[in-house]
Design a protein around this ligand. Sequence first.
Ligand code: ASP
Ligand code: MG
Length: 432
Amino acid sequence: MKVFKFGGASAKDPEGLKNITEIIKTYGASDSLVVVISAIGKTTNALEDVVHAKIQDKNKAFELLLKIRQSHENYIQNLFLELPELLMEDINEHFVEVEWIIEEDREMSYDYMYDQIVSIGELISSRILYHWLLSIDIKAAWIDAREIIRTDDTWREGRIQWNVTNQQIQDALIPLLNEGKMIVTQGFIGSTMENNTVTLGREGSDYTAAILSSALAVKSMTIWKDVPGVLTGDPKTFENVTKLDRLSYTEAIEMTYYGAKVIHPKTIQPLENAQIPLYVKSFIHPTQSGTYISGDPDPEYPPIVVLEPNQALVHFSSKDLSFIAEYHLAKLFSLFDRFRIRVNMMRNTAISFTICTQHDEFKLNQLFEELHDEFRIVVDPELELYTIRHYNEYMLPELFKGKLILLEEKIRNTVQRVVKTTAPIVHKNKTT
Ligand code: ASP
Ligand code: MG
C-alpha cells in the first residue's frame, strides 16, 4: 500500500491533472493506492477572500465565489469531452452551501465560518480527479475525508482524535482497497463529533496524507511537488540552493518547525511513529529521485537556510518594574496558548520579556487586550527570522549583508537571527 499526495500546483490546470494521472499509472499501479489531493491551484486563497468579504460586503463575497465557480467550470469543460452529470450536481451543491453561509445573518465565529467555506476547495478538486479517473477506466472510490478524519472543534487547526480516526480510516478504506479500488480523498479537512467541517491548518494536506499512511501502515508515502525535492533554501529567495537526497525524520521536523514550507510541520510525526519513509518528488520530473526522509541516521548536511517573513518582536515589561518572574511568564504563556501565538524565539531580562512571533495583528490585539493593564508592550514589526541549520561562520557575513540584527541565538549547529532589511523582502542571497 502507498499514499500519494498531490498539491494544488500539480492540479492547477487540466494538463496538470492529466499529468497526475500518468504518475498514478506509472508509479502507483502496482500497489494499493490512496491519493490525497489539495484544492486546485490557488483556490484556498480565493476562498479565504470570500470569507473576508462576507464580513464586510456580502455582494462582494458572492461575486468572488462566482469567479471561483466559473474557473472550476472552465476547468471541467476543458478536461472532459462529455461532462459527468453527477460531478456537476455535486459541485453545484458545494457552491450552494457556501451561498447559504454567505446569506446567513446568524452570528457565527469567524474561524468556524472559515472552515465551512474554505473546505469546499478540496471537496471539489477530489471529485474532479475521481470522475476523471473513472472516465479513463481506473477503478476508484471517492471518500469524504470528513467521514474518516475526526478532530476536536479547534476551528482552522483541528486536533486529531487518533483512536477514532485510525479506526474509521481502516474500516472505510481497507474493504475498498481489497476490492482493487484506488482511493481518492481530500487533504486538509476533517470533522468534529457533531459533524461540523474543520480544517487542519494551511497546507494541511500533507498532514492528512501522513495520518492516512500511519493508520494504514503503508509501505511509503510520496508528496509530489513542483520542486525536485527538499532543498537547502527556498529557490524563490536564494540562489545556489541544492537538493537534499536524504533527511532524517528529526532533521525534517526541525526544518519544517522553523518554517521550511516544503512539507507541513505536523507531517513527519505520524510517519516517524510508524517508521514509514517519505519521498518528496517532482511531478514535473517524476523519474528523478527526489528526497528520501526516513529513520536512517543523519547524513552530512550542508547549511540549510529557512526564512520566515512577516515577523514581529514583541517586548513585554511589567508596569510596576517588578521582575519578569515565573509568575509573569506563566501568565504570558497561557495566553499565547489560548490565542495560538507561536513563539519562534524568546529572551528575558530583569524587567522585560521579548518574543519573536508571526505578525498576526488580529491575534496579537486579542493578547494585548488581556495584558495592557499589567504590561507595557512594544512591537517591532516587519522583521524576518532566519534559521540556519548546520551553519558555518564563513557564510554568515554574506548572508546578512545589509541587514540589521535585532536578536540572535546560536545553539549547537543552529543559528537564528531576527533581522530588519531595508531591501525588499525578495532578495537573492547565496546560502553556501
Ligand atoms: N488547500 C490547502 C491550502 O492551500 C491545503 C493544502 O494545500 O495543503 O492551504
Ligand atoms: Mg497547497
